[in-house]
Write a protein that binds this ligand. Structure first.
Ligand code: PEP
Ligand code: MN
Length: 366
């Protein structure tokens, strides 16, 4: 290489570094201006100021770049500064992957949900109805390797004359059944005033679809030490769902698991439509574990297996399914709960016995 060119290139390299230093210094000043503008509530974009700066630069331009080239170079610099100013206005959401890159692992006792841990299965009746019913179900699912037991004691029912749950007595029965069979207890809370009773009896609080935007409840539960399963609202956007989780984290509860449970669409063959893209997106956008409730999603027993496979293939960290000793006489969700034989067939067909103990989603990944 020609000696002269070499030496000029070394000079260019030095000038590049000088320019970078000056641009960075300029950017830091622009950021400081941006912060002050936000404080006093004025816009970052000021076209009059921008024109004045361009005029001054053109006035000072002695070549060899043309005035048009100088303008276009500096417009790029202005735009980059503007982007920085807008970026720093954005709230840093605690739920966001941008805030925390690593997967959050939520522990329910010794059961881990999220990260590379095997997919969990939460199983149990829609509602706790009696000691016999809850004991029998807990015994059956525990015998099959399930660690997390569900059962509603306070039920959000569309019809005010239908079974509303056993209340605190249901929580006590659920606790008793879980203790008898080494299970962790997950139950839905509907009213913040019930929190002391829940804290006495359950291992994980569930916020149901109908209460996803009950901000008073979210704030109270966010101050609890118990982990939370946050269902997606019946017609909630993914953003609204994640914002509901943000309330919980903001109040100081980091142990939040999201749960997709189907959304309302025009489709009538299913009770709700399982939104698998929401599962994938929740995993991409947030660091929280994501479960799928396959029972309420489809509202059909014949969809439990395919929806489970779809959920796990999409990256879900676990599944929730409703099991009842005799669904025909269940006091809620008769059509969608599975009996014990149905549950065993479900486990067999989904390979859950293996996924519960060994590696997980590779079973469903192509
Ligand atoms: C439930 O899981 O008991 C329940 C009522 O579900 P959802 O809130 O998703 O309708
Ligand atoms: Mn139910």
């Amino acid at each position: 290489m020609d000696e002269r060119i070499e030496s000029l290139r070394r000079r260019i390299d030095e000038l590049n570094l000088d320019l970078l230093r000056l641009l960075s210094e300029r950017a830091a000043v622009a950021e400081a201006i941006g912060r002050r503008q936000t404080e006093v509530g004025v816009s970052h974009y000021d076209p009059v100021r921008e024109q004045a700066m361009l005029d001054a630069l053109v006035g000072a331009n002695r070549g060899p770049f043309s005035d048009a080239t100088v303008k276009s170079l500096f417009k790029q610099v202005f735009q980059a500064s503007m982007q920085l100013e807008q970026e720093q206005d954005k709230v840093q959401y605690l739920t966001s992957r941008r805030h925390r890159d690593a997967d959050t692992i939520v522990w329910i006792g010794d059961v881990a949900i999220g990260g590379d841990h095997p997919a969990v299965l939460i199983a149990g009746p829609c509602a706790i109805e009696s000691r016999e019913q809850v004991m029998a179900t807990a015994a059956h699912v525990a015998q099959r390797g399930v660690k997390l037991f569900r059962g509603g004691a306070f039920k959000p029912r569309t019809d005010p004359y239908s079974f509303q749950g056993l209340g605190v007595e249901g929580l006590e029965l659920g606790r008793e059944a879980c203790d008898a069979h080494g299970l962790r207890f997950v139950a839905e809370i509907m009213d913040a005033s019930d929190l002391p009773a829940f804290e006495r009896h359950v291992d994980m609080l569930q916020i149901g679809a109908r209460n996803m935007q009950n901000f008073h409840l979210l704030k109270a539960v966010g101050r609890s030490r118990l982990p939370v399963l946050l269902k997606r609202g019946l017609a909630a956007t993914i953003e609204e769902w994640v914002m509901a989780a943000e309330y919980l984290l903001h109040e100081g509860n980091p142990n939040v698991v999201l749960c997709e449970r189907g959304i309302r669409t025009y489709e009538r063959f299913t009770r709700n439509t399982l939104d698998v893209s929401a599962v994938a997106l929740a995993k991409l956008e947030t660091h929280l574990p994501v479960l799928v409730d396959v029972t309420h999603s489809g509202g059909r027993r014949d969809l439990l297996v395919p929806l489970t496979k779809a959920a796990l293939a999409t990256g879900a960290d676990g599944i929730m399914v409703e099991v009842h000793p005799n669904p025909a006489v269940a006091l809620s969700d008769q059509k969608q709960q599975v009996d014990f034989d149905g549950f065993d067939a479900y486990l067999e067909a989904t390979l859950f016995p293996r996924t519960l103990t060994a590696g997980r989603t590779e079973l469903y990944r192509g």
